[in-house]
Design a protein around this ligand. Structure first.
Ligand SMILES: O=P(O)(O)OC[C@H]1O[C@H](O[C@H]2O[C@H](CO)[C@@H](O)[C@H](O)[C@H]2O)[C@H](O)[C@@H](O)[C@@H]1O
Length: 241
């Protein structure tokens, strides 16, 4: 069970910070493409990045190109659940491998029977969004599962009103570990902050490397600490380091 962070918490000055995007830095909306950071939130992240000498990364399930449109290019960005990254002031890779067109056709056929869902194409990852039908996660996942067998490489992960079909290597824990081998993250204490199922792999990896996780919200988690909501997170991020 996670302990709720209080105002006396000392933020380690040699931290390496990994911040999830949706549900952590920004609230959920029906349309993922309308989501953006407020100016005050951008300033907060850039200040913190300076204080940490650049050891701050946004790590998201979003496509790396889409993520790069929503967070400052001065920050490290890790997208597609850890598969691809972009260093500060560099554009994201734009030649991602495509999802199998054969399997995609089969998924489209099955999903065409389900009203009010839509499919987001993220290169090798697909996200089936069902925010208008929140209870459908398990049913979608069960309907899709048999179609993936020929791929052998892909797994299903159920998130917040979304069913993600992704290569097994698309894992925020793997992404975090890789990033911790790079300057200026190397030798620091990893702190992973997130709200959803995909962030749990990041919490576990941070712990194994001597750091810890912070979950936004309640619920079972591998994170050591939690914060109640996004507003509390920004108050925490503004604490002196
Ligand atoms: O790892 P994250 O940064 O938390 O990204 C997870 C998914 O976020 C987006 O979907 C979620 O947010 C949308 C906008 O608020 C919302 O409409 C949707 O229901 C949520 O699941 C994004 O579209 C996905 O690609 C990310 O994987």
């Amino acid at each position: 069970m996670a302990t709720t962070l209080n105002k006396d918490f000392a933020f380690p000055s040699n931290a390496a910070l990994f911040l999830d995007f949706d549900g952590t830095l920004v609230g959920f909306q029906d349309n993922p493409y309308s989501v953006h950071l407020a100016n005050s939130e951008i300033s907060c992240l850039l200040n913190l990045n300076d204080k940490l000498d650049g050891a701050l990364a946004i790590i998201s399930g979003r496509d790396i190109v889409d993520l790069s449109k929503r967070v400052p290019i001065a920050l490290w960005r890790i997208g597609n659940h850890g598969l691809y990254s972009a260093a500060p002031d560099t554009p994201p890779p734009n030649d991602l491998p495509k999802f199998s067109s054969d399997i995609r056709r089969k998924i489209d056929t099955v999903m065409s029977q389900v009203p009010e869902i839509w499919i987001e194409d993220k290169g090798p990852v697909l996200a089936i969004h069902h925010r208008k039908k929140p209870a459908l996660g398990l049913a979608i996942s069960q309907a899709i599962s048999p179609l993936l067998a020929p791929l052998k490489t892909h797994i299903i992960q159920v998130g917040n009103c979304v069913v993600e079909i992704k290569p097994a290597s698309a894992n925020k824990g793997i992404g975090l570990r890789k990033q911790m081998t790079r300057d200026p993250f190397l030798g620091r204490i990893p702190i992973m902050i997130g709200d959803d199922t995909t962030d749990e792999e990041g919490f576990i990896a941070a712990k194994k490397l001597g750091g810890f996780g912070i979950k936004i919200g309640h619920g079972p988690t591998q994170a050591k600490y939690n914060l109640l909501n996004i507003q509390d997170l920004y108050s925490f991020l503004r604490l002196p380091t």
